[in-house]
Write a protein that binds this ligand. Structure first.
Ligand code: CO
Length: 478
């Protein structure tokens, strides 16, 4: 009987340390193991994007573009994958189309082989420019579209299948179920993956989850039984808790072929020689190295490094890190007794806001609004601008349209500020040429395109970085 071959996308170089160690891993801590990681036979290695770009500049004194070059030089056989937030790129605003296009082109040129592209609201209008730009790159990277997974009265497996079909029509080579808070339950995953496989033909389906609620490993087993093609795993030291299920454990689960009761036995395959299983033993020395790195990061940055399983995330959908932030805010305001009120308020605010999936930036926006409601004791008495922006459509269409009366009367947003089509707004955003001009005016003459992009995404942080490195790195840094 033909065995189902499942591939692994390894996250130790990105999501693993982003989830457990605040994205603080340095290139030099990755470097000793890159050749060995490259030899394993992973489908791809996620190593760029997400919070890595910001953290490189802000905390690690590394140029993210140089990091990408060095990764590319060392990873000769395994594609480098990056996580990209559509029209948001890696920043917190919507950028103009030419900035998005330039960023994607440059990332591809520097070695990104797989672009995983998502929008927090699953509004495909926010994905169009990035997907098209990636499809047009001469290096021919893989372009992957995401379903940002969430639970609400309006999200069903059928609505996610419709979204997946739309992404495929837009030209995506593969589809990823992005379950950033670990909400996808094993049997639901079985149903969702089965439906996606039936609807998408031979387009590969990948599953990305986190172990936050404790489902992770079980969810992967059921997804594999349903025929998922690729799963995202993290090497043991950077796995589990709020991170991905463990690479070695998942390989081991499928080593035993005799006891698999499913009618289609599966194994974890080497992506470069699909008849062979991934070699679990070869991972042992690599895991040993990264365990040392994890200890270094915990020491240097005074991190916790380990997180408790949090089944409550299923009820409140508040990602773990955010829950502790909100608790701290209440504590600072001397309102610790309001904790339960906050947990009750969060889903109400999310409903008022049209059930957005809770992922950066919507998670922070909804969380802050709920905290204000609880702290002031009166709902929507104080409304942060970001919440108004979410409600008036600045970030795109929410899964359920927000009541106009609520936007105008309760949130006090003037009617003429309601945005029907955010792409028209994006077209007014600062262009690449304007960012470049701004840098020139600050005395950074002839900046490279890469530096203009760093500046466009994180202006203050990038400027500080440039000042520090003025004498070395690129032509303009004298
Ligand atoms: Co993730």
């Amino acid at each position: 009987m033909a065995k189902h071959k499942v591939k692994i996308m390894e996250t130790v170089l990105r999501d693993g340390h982003q989830s457990l160690c605040a994205t603080r891993m340095r290139f030099r801590q990755m470097e000793p193991m890159l050749a060995q990681l490259d030899a394993i036979g992973y489908k791809a290695l996620e190593a760029w994007g997400g919070a890595t770009f910001d953290t490189c500049l802000r905390f690690l004194d590394e140029d993210p573009w140089e990091r990408l070059d060095k990764l590319k030089a060392a990873l000769k056989n395994t594609p480098i994958q990056m996580l990209l937030r559509g029209q948001n790129l890696l920043g917190y605003n919507h950028y103009s189309n030419d900035v998005v296009e330039k960023f994607v082109q440059k990332a591809s040129q520097h070695g990104v082989g797989v672009f995983r592209i998502f929008d927090a609201l699953n509004d495909v209008r926010n994905l169009r420019v990035a997907i098209k730009a990636a499809l047009e790159c001469p290096e021919k990277p893989e372009v992957q579209g995401c379903l940002v997974y969430t639970i609400s009265p309006v999200h069903t497996n059928e609505t996610f299948v419709e979204l997946a079909k739309e992404l495929k029509e837009m030209g995506c080579h593969s589809i990823c179920i992005k379950d950033m808070s670990g909400l996808l339950a094993p049997y639901v995953a079985f149903d969702l993956v089965s439906k996606l496989k039936a609807a998408l033909g031979d387009t590969p389906v990948e599953l990305h989850t986190h172990c936050t609620s404790g489902f992770g490993h079980a969810t992967y087993i059921k997804a594999i039984e349903a025929g998922v093609d690729i799963i995202d795993c993290a090497l043991s030291p950077f796995s589990s808790d709020t991170s991905q299920p463990c690479t070695e454990t998942i390989i081991a689960m499928f080593e035993d072929q005799a006891h698999q009761v499913i009618d289609k036995p599966a194994f974890i395959a080497n992506a470069r020689d699909e008849e062979k299983p991934l070699d679990r033993q070869a991972l042992t020395p690599i895991a040993k190295h990264f365990l040392g790195v994890k200890k270094e990061l915990i020491d240097e940055f005074k991190l916790k490094g380990y997180f408790d399983v949090n089944p409550n995330v299923l009820d409140f959908q508040i990602p773990g890190g955010m829950l502790s932030n909100l608790t701290n805010q209440l504590k600072e305001a001397g309102m610790e007794d309001k904790y339960q009120d906050l947990l009750d308020e969060m889903p109400k605010v999310r409903a008022d806001a049209g059930y957005p999936p809770l992922v950066t930036p919507s998670s922070q926006i909804v969380g802050t609004m709920a905290t204000f409601n609880v702290m002031t004791g009166e709902r929507y008495k104080m409304v942060p601008n970001e919440f108004k922006d979410l409600a008036r459509g600045k970030f795109g269409r929410t899964p359920v349209p927000i009541d106009r009366g609520f936007i105008i009367n309760t949130l006090k947003v003037p009617e003429d500020q309601i945005i029907e089509d955010c792409s028209i707004e994006d077209a007014k955003a600062e262009t690449f040429a304007q960012f470049k001009e701004e840098l020139n005016n600050k005395g950074f003459l002839n900046p490279t395109d890469e530096d203009v992009l760093s500046y466009a995404l994180f202006p203050q942080v990038a400027e500080e970085f440039f000042k520090k490195h003025y004498t070395q790195v690129t032509a303009y840094r004298r």
